[in-house]
Design a protein. Structure first.
Length: 412
């Protein structure tokens, strides 16, 4: 019988989660976990540990899922070890080693009734703030020297199955989070929007949403961490889009760029009403593309938004959209957006969707060009990206629509 071959071009779209190749477990995921598990120190027991605080919720066997706080042997705050907004000055290797030192605890929790678990009750106490606090745990069984790897998440170190969690130090709550937590008449989406405007970080929002701390009393439940990441990016950016649509359009074409951990960003703002497109090209040899050819993917939305999930670009679509809408909201203008991202071989291992969010945010702080036409805005592409102007003109749906569009002034 002929051995089934893997079409590695599917990996860029699958992102290890959709089993498009038909192999289980995912060959890429297994390879990364085997490689990184070699770097994890064996831990036989846990004495003094701290909650940064951080939290992880798995996605398998929902609603009976594994969840628990992420701990560290050092008294380091979440702002250092679990807030990706503040990792810009770290190397990929530093981030990986920092994250591999963290211990992901797990206990089986009913996602729909989280507060029936004492572990969840104690987790909520510590997640109200960001101060690292001392905790005591009782192991259910031996620590598993395995890492957690996922293209959407920052990696975690060994897994500790626990039966008991005690918080032995008082947390100092963040007032906005505490207020939203005790407001059980506030919908989760409304809470995320309010907290975002209160400058609560995306990482913090992901934690409290994932731990079932937001929303109407009867609807609060655990949300798998990988789902909560996209939910926060999507919810925040949608709320910003509604504000942006009330602003005047920009009055010129603008180009923004950055290079971040092997990710090249080229973002074009067009003087017109809101729409958004994300285009990605994964070079062969980039961590999600083990094929022998580069792979290009894209998703877009027009003025009225999307009705379906951005299946091709996936989480990176919503992370980029958040970064761009933050900028437009800040300058009180609206625009059409073509966001291009090329991923090269210097992006070595999956660090999480936060890389896309932060890379796009960096780009929006680095305007390199103002132009009078869309073609002029594309003219700088060869100086930043590997692929040609013509490639992106043919790939972009918004470019195609702009070229076909006729306005009143065209007939005057």
């Amino acid at each position: 019988m002929k051995k089934q071959e893997i079409d590695f071009k599917l990996c860029v779209v699958c992102k290890t989660s959709r089993n498009l190749c038909g192999f289980s477990p995912c060959p890429l995921l297994k390879k990364w976990m085997d490689e990184m598990s070699v770097q994890v120190k064996k831990i036989d027991r846990i004495d003094d540990v701290y909650a940064p605080p951080a939290f992880f919720v798995g996605r398998y066997n929902y609603p009976e899922i594994n969840a628990g706080p992420v701990l560290t042997p050092l008294k380091e705050p979440s702002s250092i070890v679990d807030d990706s907004d503040l990792w810009d000055n770290k190397t990929q290797e530093e981030i990986i080693m920092m994250r591999l030192s963290m211990i992901r605890t797990k206990a089986q929790i009913d996602a729909k009734k989280p507060l029936e678990s004492r572990i969840m009750q104690k987790s909520h106490e510590m997640l109200l703030g960001i101060k690292p606090i001392n905790v005591e745990i009782e192991l259910e069984r031996s620590i598993i020297p395995r890492v957690t790897i996922d293209p959407r998440l920052a990696p975690h170190g060994p897994v500790a199955p626990i039966r008991k969690l005690d918080v032995t130090e008082n947390q100092t709550p963040l007032k906005p989070i505490e207020k939203a937590y005790y407001d059980t008449d506030l919908k989760a989406s409304e809470a995320i929007t309010i907290l975002g405007k209160e400058n609560i970080s995306v990482s913090n929002l992901i934690r409290v949403l994932s731990a079932g701390m937001l929303g109407l009393r009867k609807k609060r439940k655990l949300v798998p961490t990988r789902w909560s990441i996209t939910a926060v990016d999507d919810t925040l950016s949608k709320s910003y889009i509604e504000e942006i649509k009330k602003f005047q359009t920009i009055n010129e074409f603008q180009v923004f760029t950055s290079y971040f951990y092997g990710n090249k960003f080229y973002i074009v703002l067009i003087p017109d009403f809101w729409s958004f497109e994300a285009i990605e090209v994964w070079y062969k040899g980039a961590y999600l593309n083990p094929s022998t050819k580069d792979v290009g993917i894209s998703d877009y939305e027009l003025y009225n938004g999307r009705k379906t999930y951005a299946n091709n670009v996936a989480g990176g679509y919503y992370a980029t959209r958040l970064a761009v809408t933050e900028h437009l909201r800040r300058i009180r203008r609206q625009a059409q957006v073509i966001a291009i991202r090329e991923i090269d071989q210097n992006y070595k291992l999956p660090l999480g969707v936060w890389v896309v969010r932060q890379g796009a945010r960096q780009a929006m702080q680095n305007q390199i060009l103002k132009a009078d036409t869309l073609d002029s805005a594309f003219s700088f592409i060869p100086k930043v990206l590997a692929y040609s102007i013509e490639y992106y003109k043919n790939k972009s749906k918004i470019y195609e629509l702009k070229k076909k569009q006729k306005k009143l002034e065209d007939f005057l």
